[in-house]
Design a protein around this ligand. Sequence first.
Ligand code: SAH
Length: 377
Amino acid sequence: MTATPHATVLPLVFDAPRRERPPRHLADLDPAGRRAAVAELGERPFRADQLSRHYFGRLEDDVERMTDVPAEARQRLAATLLPPLLKVVRHVDCDAGATRKTLWRGADGTLVESVLMRYPGRVTVCVSSQAGCGMACPFCATGQGGLTRNLSTAEIVEQVVAGARSLARGEIAGGPARVSNVVFMGMGEPLANYRRVLAAVRRLTDPTPDGLGLSQRSLTVSTVGLVPAIHRLAEERLAVTLAVSLHAPDDELRDTLVPVNTRWKVAEVLDAAWEYTAATGRRLSIEYAMIRDVNDQPWRADLLAQKLRGRLVHVNLIPLNPTPGSRWDASTPAAQDEFVRRLVDHGVATTVRDTRGREIAGACGQLVAVEGGPGEA
Ligand code: SAH
């Protein structure tokens, strides 16, 4: 394998190219901000609470059905606080309808994807936090396209609210249901869009009608390992699960698989993660894509175990999903089994991710958000 230097990647991380800003939406604002926005229109502040109840509580998307708001104020309030943000370009289903990938178009034409996965007794929505991604991990299709822009808080929240609405209306196979989990594992690096992602976490977990009322514990924020942002997240004292995309226990290999490792090394990333577990009591999740003959050697399993043993941690191995033009394959079942065995022998809790959506290009690392893209023939 030839190592590609990625020294030019870092400036991209924080400087998303500026585009038109998405319209402001009530999900961008906290309850006080919503009341202020309503008051600016000359309306009574409690109208903001009514709108929140419709949006978060009843998952209503038809302004005309918000009949507790006087007809003459409805359109004006909706135009200010409930502008259309994301339009469905298409849904693609698999697993007999239990997995659904949605391609969305933002008001400025930006495309993003989210994936809804229904399991017995739980429904997980995998949301995008950015259009594209600036992290340039070479095995991830999203990383190959670069960063387009940050999503707004409301654009992130809307992916979940829209999923909740489809579920409530019985549009997903298996009958009406609710969203139980949200993972920030779609397109983008959530911690590179920190402020908006954090506000989205608040909107998703604030009790209805202020927010969607999910428990903090049912949210997972996944990161390549932006160390200062992990420290900052630890200080928020939230109960959300942190997942770190490690993919290699040694800096030499990780520098090539996760280019931001040239800035923050494995030891620094893990130190920040342990600080997070100490501050929150939450078990750290380590993501490790199994790439044949690249990171799946028995000695790497031992080295990984050595760095993790005795800690509040769980390893999630992800069989590498195919991406266009990639020169890498998934590990053989034998190599994967041996990797698991070694971790478990060292006392490190390990599972292999039940990957969903591969046949619709909706699995980990496959989201590219193009019209007529892979898996959408
Ligand atoms: N940027 C964040 C959020 C994305 S989460 C992060 O990297 O953590 C998506 C997960 O899928 C990450 O762990 C990512 O490394 C992993 N992934 C990317 N491409 C993959 C592929 N081709 N096969 C399996 N997992 C992949």
